[in-house]
Design a protein around this ligand. Structure first.
Ligand SMILES: NC(=O)c1ccc[n+]([C@@H]2O[C@H](COP(=O)([O-])OP(=O)(O)OC[C@H]3O[C@@H](n4cnc5c(N)ncnc54)[C@H](OP(=O)(O)O)[C@@H]3O)[C@@H](O)[C@H]2O)c1
Length: 238
């Protein structure tokens, strides 16, 4: 199925998994809208994706901005919310405010997007939220960020009933080699990627396109709703 004539919105579409999903949707002739906080990243994404992409600066935690974004769109067919803050090594940080962005973006960002996108959507449309395998196999020092993934998964199952026949699903990636990994790991990135690749059943870590392909499947397949789809190279088997 092509996405010709459809509007696909990717919140957090200027890098990594979101950018790969935007690229895939464009290839299938969708009208694509991407968002992100950094104008610089949006400009770079627009240069790569081409002039037809609409790039809007927006923080996923900004409810008023999210409302305005969707109000300006005539109709919406598929929404992918990938934006989500993650912080490792903080545990229950001394400053509680440092823990809040995880829920403010991944969870509340998903609530805002669903709330303002749904009125513009019709049967067959879909909303895809972003979790991670940490939701079921937590990594040390990221308890609140982990909880934001679990919250999104429970939210999606409930929302799939509330918004039906609009479909709501979650994508749950394992380790995917995106700019985020460089930001989190710094000069330990390469060693970590090699270590993970060596232990995964598939013998490599994920690429943004591996996840984008699954997101496009969730958008396309009209019989899939309320699921969490794991794309992890077998990480959860270990
Ligand atoms: N890579 C992995 O191994 C992995 C595994 C499991 C789950 N995930 C999740 O997948 C999602 C995407 O990660 P990625 O690896 O593709 O990272 P990435 O390459 O850093 O891309 C993240 C995208 O989201 C945008 N973004 C981040 N925070 C935002 C916010 N508050 N409001 C609006 N846009 C925001 C970024 O743009 P700006 O920075 O300019 O806002 C960028 O476009 C994240 O939620 C991450 O936790 C990733």
């Amino acid at each position: 199925m092509s996405f010709a004539g459809m509007t696909v919105v990717v919140l957090g579409g200027s890098s990594g998994i979101g950018l790969a999903t935007a690229r895939g949707a464009l290839t299938e002739e969708a009208r694509v809208v991407i968002t992100g906080r950094s104008q610089h990243r949006l400009d770079a994404a627009k240069r790569e994706l081409g002039p037809d992409v609409v790039a809007v600066p927006l923080d996923a935690a900004d409810e008023a901005g999210t409302r305005t974004l969707f109000e300006r769109l005539e109709h919406v067919d598929h929404v992918f919310i990938t934006a989500g803050a993650i912080s490792f090594g903080r545990g229950l940080a001394p400053e509680t405010t440092a823990l809040r962005p995880a829920l403010e973006t991944r969870f509340w960002g998903a609530v805002y997007a669903a709330k303002y996108a749904a009125p513009k959507m019709k049967r067959g449309g879909s909303i895809t939220l972003m979790s991670g395998t940490a939701a079921v196999r937590p990594l040390p020092g990221a308890s609140v960020a982990t909880a934001s993934c679990g919250a999104v998964e429970a939210f999606a199952r409930a929302l799939a009933l509330d918004l039906a026949p609009i479909r709501v699903n979650v994508i749950q990636p394992g380790l995917i080699d995106t700019p985020l990994i460089g930001e989190l790991m710094g000069d330990r990135r390469e060693a970590m990627i090699a270590q993970e690749a060596a232990r995964l059943p598939v013998g490599r870590v994920g690429k943004p396109e591996d996840v984008a392909d699954a997101v496009l499947f969730l958008m396309r397949n009209g019989y899939v709703t309320g699921i969490t789809l794991t794309i992890d190279g077998g990480r959860l088997l270990l």
